[in-house]
Design a protein around this ligand. Structure first.
Ligand SMILES: Cc1cc2nc3c(=O)[nH]c(=O)nc-3n(C[C@H](O)[C@H](O)[C@H](O)COP(=O)(O)OP(=O)(O)OC[C@H]3O[C@@H](n4cnc5c(N)ncnc54)[C@H](O)[C@@H]3O)c2cc1C
Length: 506
């Protein structure tokens, strides 16, 4: 029997899933997920991503089993898997969402497109986010985003499968060599995603304004929806529509209403950032502004990088953030930006290796946001105001009593508040020992913060002021900058409306 083939990628849901709905209207369906060894060998993926996908597919499979269907999991190169399915029986169409992934998935999609052409199979791709494929004019982007978000959600109705699947549980074999899963990470699945969304819209969004920059408050104050959007357990459209509906119920000027407005603007930024990678896939590997080529690449200090990855830079706020990230797979925006700033300025590390490490650490790794943000925080986009975060000032501003630092770095619990963010300054006569269950020597900063940052800024400004570098800026603005005006260009550089004035905060 012929069937419509639905190819699941990073869209692990059954509601507002245009490929499922579209395929179901055309005939019986067969729903496949492909575990591709080539993808899982890439440097930006980790075990926790795979586990999260497996949990999400499990939920989806249970839902499909209610209608006597199933998620079929196949292993291998996508083209080979399609060829094998084709040998079993020809099919007229593949239905999937568009994916703005990494360069590996980009090339894989080109190969799939060529295979489809060779077989006369029509590959019908639907937009997953408010991202426009083949965008010609950035001025039209905002309207397209609004159209996508305002369109009615699609529903597959009753699904008819190409055959009746017996009841079985979904088992997935983990690709060899995958490492790192944060023990306290968020769990996958649409069920979890829906709960997190409901709880955020009902109550937690009350704390959004004023709560999202502090690493201590942020885990509750932020929506925590990023990973559910990244793997498509929820559609962006349903999150936008549910947030707008909730907004309409809230009294004007209420704290929660203002919070939800800020949240909605971030959903817009989500797609705005992914559009950058969609329009210029090269920014995953090369500087958005080529005038910055050679700035840091040849100067990579492995000792600095290892100290950062180990959470052993000596700056407690940085080390606490690295520890939290390792344990939970998540950090708020401000602390992500601070980590990249510390890596890029005082530690003078090129953004690509740092970004690969962070991609594996962030459960919500979304290539379009990630690589654009990495470059923005590293100062290589050429169009955004440079922000250099001082990790000691960030600690004083966002963790004034040192609770966050002490929670994640138990070996510093005995350090009095005066020195908690600079423990190496403890007077030797203070008679204090850093001890307890986890005794360690007092950590020394990996470099002198003030001197290293001064040098880094000098090197960056020299490059930025070169006439050829200044001259090339206009073309990048034309291609990538927001069209909402200068204020929004500034806001984009922080992507954080709650942040204080844009400045170098050293
Ligand atoms: C270096 C760096 C790398 C990042 N990498 C990722 C990534 O791989 N995946 C990812 O989803 N976010 C990334 N972000 C953006 C941001 O930090 C996370 O989206 C946010 O912390 C996720 O938590 P949340 O869902 O609770 O956020 P909320 O504050 O509740 O935001 C809601 C949603 O808006 C979007 N969003 C929020 N902030 C931004 C932003 N600055 N730019 C674009 N979209 C945003 C996300 O989809 C998020 O889920 C990165 C930021 C930096 C500085």
């Amino acid at each position: 029997m012929s069937f419509e083939l639905v190819w699941l990628k990073r869209d692990l849901r059954w509601l507002d899933h245009a490929p499922l709905a579209g395929a179901s209207m055309q005939g019986p369906i067969r729903v496949v997920y492909i575990v591709e060894p080539g993808l899982w060998a890439q440097p930006d993926v980790s075990l926790q991503h795979f586990e999260f996908i497996a949990e999400s597919l499990h939920d989806l499979h249970i839902e499909l089993q209610r209608q006597s269907g199933a998620v079929e999991v196949h292993y291998g190169n996508a083209v080979e898997v399609f060829e094998q399915i084709w040998q079993e029986g020809a099919f007229p169409r593949i239905h999937s969402h568009q994916e703005t992934g990494n360069s590996w998935t980009y090339k894989r999609d080109l190969a799939v497109a060529a295979w489809c052409q060779s077989k006369g199979v029509s590959w019908q791709e639907s937009a997953q986010f408010g991202v426009v494929r083949g965008l010609k004019d950035r001025n039209r982007w905002q309207r397209a985003w609004e159209q996508h978000m305002g369109a009615p959600k699609s529903s597959p109705g009753p699904m008819r499968f190409w055959r009746s699947y017996p009841s079985h549980s979904l088992r997935m074999v983990t690709p060899a060599g995958l490492a790192h899963s944060a023990p306290k990470r968020q769990r996958g699945g649409r069920g979890q995603a829906t709960l997190v969304l409901q709880e955020f819209l009902e109550t937690r969004s009350e704390q959004y304004r004023g709560g999202i920059s502090s690493p201590r408050l942020a885990p509750n104050a932020c929506s925590r929806l990023s990973v559910y959007l990244a793997y498509g357990c929820l559609s962006m459209r349903e999150v936008v529509q549910a947030s707008r509906a909730r907004l309409a119920e809230l009294p004007a000027q209420s704290r929660q209403r203002l919070g939800l407005q800020s949240f909605l603007s971030r959903l817009y930024w989500h797609c705005h950032f992914i559009q950058k990678l969609e329009s210029e896939p090269e920014i995953e590997w090369q500087n958005m502004h080529r005038g910055y080529d050679g700035l840091r690449e040849e100067d990579f200090n492995l000792r600095h990088f290892e100290a950062l990855q180990a959470g052993a830079t000596g700056w407690p706020m940085v080390d606490a953030c690295v520890t939290m990230l390792r344990e939970t797979g998540w950090l708020n925006f401000r602390m992500r930006a601070m980590l990249v700033s510390v890596a890029s300025y005082p530690l003078w590390l090129h953004w690509r290796p740092v970004g690969e490490w962070l991609a594996r650490q962030f459960l919500d790794y979304e290539p379009g946001i990630h690589w654009s943000q990495m470059q923005m925080q590293a100062g290589t986009t050429g169009i955004n105001t440079t922000r250099v975060y001082n990790p000691i000032k960030q600690a004083q501003d966002h963790d004034p009593r040192g609770d966050f630092v002490r929670f994640w770095l138990p070996h510093l619990r005995g350090v009095p508040s005066t020195w908690i963010f600079e423990p190496w300054r403890l007077p030797s006569g203070a008679g204090l020992k850093i001890s307890g269950r986890d005794p360690r020597p007092i950590p020394q900063p990996v470099v002198d913060l003030a001197a290293a940052t001064k040098l880094a800024k000098q090197r960056l400004y020299e490059r930025r002021n070169r006439p050829d570098v200044r001259a090339a800026r206009g073309a990048i603005v034309e291609r990538h900058a927001s069209r909402l005006g200068r204020r929004d260009e500034l806001r984009e550089s922080r992507a954080e409306p709650d942040a204080p004035q844009l400045s170098l905060d050293l």
